[in-house]
Write a protein that binds this ligand. Structure first.
Ligand SMILES: Cc1ncc(COP(=O)(O)O)c(C=O)c1O
Length: 366
């Protein structure tokens, strides 16, 4: 069978997603299962988006608007930019693929970190392009090391800011120095999937960098703060030329009608955004305090998840927690053998997470 497909297909590490909650309940015979593994919004979707989807449902006999006209218009107003500064994607995942397809010839490479969002590596493999990964420094992107890794064949740098799975960020000053030293032939992609949860003053103004004509693409998503992960909606912001190239590489109807309608409505849902943010900030404070009480190490996060050093084999911890109906993400794929990543949930979910973690670690101590 292997000889029937392209050789490069065999080299792709498939993305490992968790099982659906209903299936996990059935398999384990549990009534209540909470999923804190995919950095989703525990409050549900934006109510304004839900109501827009209900209205749009009656129209789904038609193809969606290939240009996502109304969504681009809304985004342009939101950022004080123009509609042709935006590419809309079926999740920012799709845009990662489109960016790689647009920029890299065979033999050219991408530079990123060795402990970051897995899609950069997977999409590089799918497109048969090289990716150079530099180690983190104190759980943070090491921009000096990234700079050293850039060579004549480098076309793209991917920076998840905040980084998944660590929750750390690179500062405005670090980014300014980095861009100053970087050759103009390299385009930097700032993936800001979690920017709505930021509560620090020195986070970079990536859209401002674009205005200063830096070679930058900024990725954003509706999956996290707006609670629309299941719809698949993200966008890239860049200069008009770059946008026109990216636009050529996408499918004509890549963004479905319901997602477009939901995106337009969600951008007006300030209340929901505020609530989502508050839930994350308060939830993190509670979890941090509990983890400190348990003597566990963790990286302070500016996102909606926390990376925790359990001091035990992470797969064991994951499996034991699952038995009590709590799904977290083990960090084996990221080579962090003792770490789990937990998404901040509702306060009830956070309490249950802490209770189960305590129980599981106590059992493992015996
Ligand atoms: C850093 C980062 N970028 C992008 C994504 C994917 O976003 P989307 O749902 O828009 O494809 C995620 C999802 O977990 C992420 O962690």
């Amino acid at each position: 069978m292997e000889e029937l497909v392209r050789k490069s297909v065999l080299k792709v590490d498939p993305y490992v997603a968790g099982k659906p909650i209903e299936e996990t309940k059935r398999q384990l015979g549990l009534k209540e299962v909470i999923k804190l593994a995919s950095n989703e919004n525990p409050l549900g979707p934006s109510p304004r988006a839900v109501s827009a989807i209900s209205k749009a449902l009656k129209e789904i006999n038609r193809y969606p608007d290939s240009q996502s006209f109304y969504l681009k218009k809304k985004l342009a107003r939101h950022y004080s930019l123009e509609t042709d500064n935006f590419v809309i994607g079926n999740g920012s995942d799709e845009l990662i693929d489109i960016i790689i397809k647009t920029f890299l010839e065979p033999g050219e490479n991408i530079v990123t970190s060795d402990c970051t969002f897995l899609e950069y590596g997977i999409m590089a493999q799918v497109n048969e392009r090289m990716i150079k990964k530099v180690p983190l420094r104190y759980f943070k992107y090491d921009l000096e090391a990234v700079l050293r890794a850039v060579d004549k064949k480098t076309k793209l740098v991917f920076i998840a800011n905040p980084n998944n799975p660590t929750g750390t960020y690179v500062t405005r000053e670090e980014v300014a120095d980095f861009l100053e030293a970087l050759d103009d032939s390299v385009t930097v992609v700032f993936d800001e999937a979690y920017d709505s949860f930021i509560d620090v003053n020195d986070y970079p103004d990536s859209i401002g960098l674009l205005r200063k004509k830096k070679r930058v693409i900024v990725l954003k998503t509706f999956s996290k703060a707006y609670g629309l992960a299941g719809l698949r909606l993200g966008y890239a912001v860049s200069d008009k030329n770059t946008v026109s190239y990216l636009e050529r590489m996408r499918q004509p109807f890549n963004v479905n009608m319901l997602a477009q309608a939901a995106g337009v409505a969600a951008l007006d849902d300030r209340d929901f955004l505020k609530k989502s943010r508050r839930a994350v900030l308060e939830g993190k404070k509670f979890i941090y305090k509990e983890l400190s009480g348990m003597g566990l190490g963790f990286t302070p996060s500016v996102a909606n998840f926390i990376l925790i050093d359990t001091g035990r084999d992470c797969l064991e911890v994951f499996k034991s927690m699952l038995k009590f109906g709590v799904i977290v993400r083990d960090m084996k794929q990221y080579n962090l053998k003792n770490f789990i990543r937990v998404t901040v949930g509702t306060q009830t979910e956070n309490k249950r997470f802490v209770r189960v973690l305590k129980k599981v670690l106590k059992e493992k101590n015996r």
